[in-house]
Design a protein around this ligand. Structure first.
Ligand code: ADP
Ligand code: MG
Length: 488
C-alpha cells in the first residue's frame, strides 16, 4: 500500500522532488585558486575573484569539472560534452559579484537515475533530471557583533553540484532513502563528503499534494534543509499544510518556504521567483565547456565499484542476504571491513557477528569502524577461536566486549582469563554429576515426562563450568547421563 495522508476529503498523495547542493571535493575553488578547507579563519581563503573585485576573470578548475563528470557517471547519467556557464543575477550581501556563475540551459550532466530501497524491501527508481556546476555564496554572520553583520567569504566561489531529481518521490521515507543513497554514491565516488552538518550537502525540498490519478498541483519549495530527518519532517508538515488549504477551498501559492525544526512547521520566506527574474545570460567571461569523449572515458575507467554493484557481488560471492549486503555497502569502509574479515572465513558467521555484537559495541563505545580498537584482523582472530572451538559463542561475546574495553587481542584475553572451552569429557561428566546430585527433585520431574527441564540441566552444567563447556559435548553427555524422559 502506498503512502497517503488522510484528509477530511479522503486520501492525498504526496509528490516530492529534491534539489541537492553538494559541495565538490576539490582543494581549490571553481574559478579561483583559493583553498576550500572547512573551518579556516574567516576570510583567509578568498581570492580577488571570490571577493568580486571588478575586472577579475574566472578560470575554470579542471578538477571540479572532472568531479562533476565522475558524479554524472556514478548516477548513470548522460554527460553533455558541450555545456555552458550562465550568469544568474541577484543581489545578496554575501554575494559580492552581484551574480552567481551557474549553468542553466546547458548543464554538464543530463538525465540519470538512482535506485532506492524501502523498509518494505521494495525498490524504486528515482529519475535525475540534471546536474550542474555553480559557485557557492559567502556566509553572513549575524551573531558576532551587537549591531553589525559580518561576512565570511571563505565559501564564496566554492564549487557546488546542484543535483535535481524528477518529482518521482511519494513519501518522506522515499525522500530519506534517496538522500541516503545519493550521499553514499557521492562518498564512494569521492566527489562530495556528504556531511550535512557541515553544510557540504543541503537539500531544497519541493512538495505538492494531489488526489490519486490527478495531474500535479502547485508545489512549494522548502529551502536549505540540512539533515535527512528534517527533510522528512518538513515534507510531512508541508503536505499537511497544503492539504488543509485545499480542503478549506483555498489554493496553494507557489512560494519558497523555510522549515523550523523546533516548531515542526514550514513558514513563508518569499514568493517564488521565476527564471526570468534572474536575468540569466551566457557568462561572457567563460568559453563554453567542451569535453573530449576520451577524457570522459578515462574518468569512467577509474570509477570505483558502486554500492549497487557491490551489494550484488557480496550477495553472490559471500551468500549474504540482500538485507545484510545493503547494510555493509552503505559505507565503503564497512564493506571493506566485512570483505577483509570474511576472506577465508565463514561469511555468514562474519556477517552475524558484525551486524550483531560488533555494531552494538561500536555504538556503545561511540567509535566507528575506522576508530574502533577492534580492527578487521582482530575480529577475525576472535572468530577463528570460535571456529576452531577454542571458545564457545557465549564466551566469545564476553571476549569481544573485553577487546573493545581493553584494546587487547582475543587470544591474549582468552589466555589470561582462562576462558578456553572445556572439551575434556571427564570434566564435563564430573560437572553433570554435581548438578544431578544437587537437583534430584528436578531430575525426577524430568524423568516423569517434563522434557523441558533438559534445558535447565544444560544451563546448570554450563554454569557449573563458568560458561566454558563445549555446548555440543555438554548436550551429548547430558543425554547419555539422564536419558530420555518418559513419554507423557
Ligand atoms: P526551478 O528551477 O524553478 O526550481 P524545476 O522545474 O527545476 O524548477 O524543478 C525543481 C524541482 O521541483 C525538481 O526537483 C522537480 O522534481 C520538483 N517539482 C517540479 N514540479 C513539482 C510538483 N508539482 N510537486 C513537487 N515537486 C515538483
Ligand atoms: Mg529550484
Amino acid at each position: 500500500m502506498s503512502y497517503v495522508i488522510e484528509g477530511t476529503t479522503g486520501a492525498w498523495e504526496l509528490v516530492i522532488g529534491l534539489e541537492v547542493h553538494a559541495q565538490v571535493i576539490s582543494r581549490s575553488k571553481l574559478f579561483s585558486g583559493a583553498a576550500t578547507a572547512f573551518g579556516a579563519e574567516p576570510n583567509s581563503q578568498v581570492s580577488f575573484v571570490d571577493a568580486g573585485f571588478p575586472g577579475m576573470l574566472p578560470v575554470i578548475n579542471r578538477e571540479c569539472v572532472a568531479q562533476a563528470v565522475r558524479t554524472g557517471l556514478g548516477l548513470a547519467a548522460h554527460i553533455n560534452l558541450v555545456s555552458r556557464f550562465d550568469r544568474k543575477n541577484y543581489f545578496y550581501a554575501d554575494l559580492p559579484q552581484g551574480y552567481q556563475i551557474s549553468q542553466y540551459e546547458h548543464p554538464i550532466v543530463g538525465a540519470g537515475a538512482i535506485e532506492i530501497e524501502l523498509e518494505s524491501g521494495e525498490t524504486r527508481t528515482i529519475g535525475i533530471t540534471r546536474l550542474h556546476l555553480e559557485q557557492d555564496a559567502g556566509k553572513s554572520m549575524h551573531d558576532q557583533h551587537p549591531s553589525k553583520s559580518l561576512i565570511d567569504l571563505n565559501r564564496s566561489g566554492v564549487a557546488l553540484m546542484e543535483i535535481v531529481s524528477e518529482p518521482d518521490m511519494r513519501s518522506p521515507e522515499e525522500a530519506g532513502a534517496y538522500l541516503r543513497k545519493l550521499r553514499t554514491i557521492l562518498r564512494y565516488l569521492g566527489t562530495c563528503d556528504g556531511n550535512m552538518d557541515e553544510g557540504s550537502m543541503r537539500a531544497d525540498v519541493n512538495v505538492s499534494v494531489r488526489k490519486h490519478g490527478e495531474p500535479f498541483r502547485t508545489r512549494c519549495e522548502i529551502k536549505n534543509v540540512n539533515s535527512i530527518r528534517f527533510v522528512m519532517q518538513a515534507i510531512e508538515a508541508e503536505a499537511k499544510r497544503q492539504i488543509e488549504i485545499w480542503e478549506a477551498g483555498g489554493t496553494v501559492d507557489q512560494e519558497t518556504r523555510l522549515f523550523e525544526p523546533a516548531r515542526g512547521v514550514t513558514r513563508s520566506m518569499r514568493s517564488k521567483e521565476d527564471a526570468h527574474d534572474y536575468r540569466y545570460f551566457p557568462e561572457p567571461d567563460l568559453l563554453p565547456l567542451v569535453l573530449e569523449e576520451a577524457w570522459v572515458e578515462s574518468l569512467k575507467a577509474t570509477l570505483p565499484e558502486l554500492p549497487d554493484a557491490k551489494r550484488a557481488r557480496l550477495m553472490r560471492d559471500f551468500g549474504l542476504s540482500r538485507y545484510e549486503a545493503s547494510i555493509f555497502v552503505m559505507e565503503q569502509v564497512t564493506a571493506d571491513f566485512f570483505e577483509t574479515v570474511a576472506a577465508g572465513r565463514d561469511a555468514k558467521l562474519v556477517a552475524n557477528w558484525m551486524l550483531g555484537d560488533f555494531f552494538a559495541h561500536l555504538n556503545r563505545t561511540g567509535t566507528s569502524i575506522e576508530t574502533s580498537p577492534v580492527n578487521a584482523a582482530r575480529l577475525g582472530e576472535l572468530l577463528d577461536l570460535i571456529t576452531d572451538k577454542t571458545i564457545n559463542g557465549k564466551i566469545a561475546k564476553e571476549v569481544l566486549e573485553l577487546m573493545f574495553d581493553t584494546g587487547d587481542a582475543a587470544g591474549a584475553i582468552v589466555e589470561a582469563r582462562g576462558l578456553k572451552q572445556v572439551t575434556d569429557t571427564g570434566a564435563i561428566d564430573e560437572a553433570i554429576d554435581r548438578v544431578i546430585a544437587a537437583n534430584a527433585d528436578k531430575l525426577a520431574e524430568y524423568k516423569a515426562g517434563k522434557d523441558k527441564l533438559f534445558g535447565f540441566f544444560v544451563g546448570q552444567v554450563m554454569k557449573a563450568m563458568q560458561g566454558k563447556g563445549n555446548p555440543a559435548l555438554v548436550n551429548e553427555a547430558l543425554k547419555r547421563k539422564i536419558g530420555e524422559p518418559a513419554a507423557s
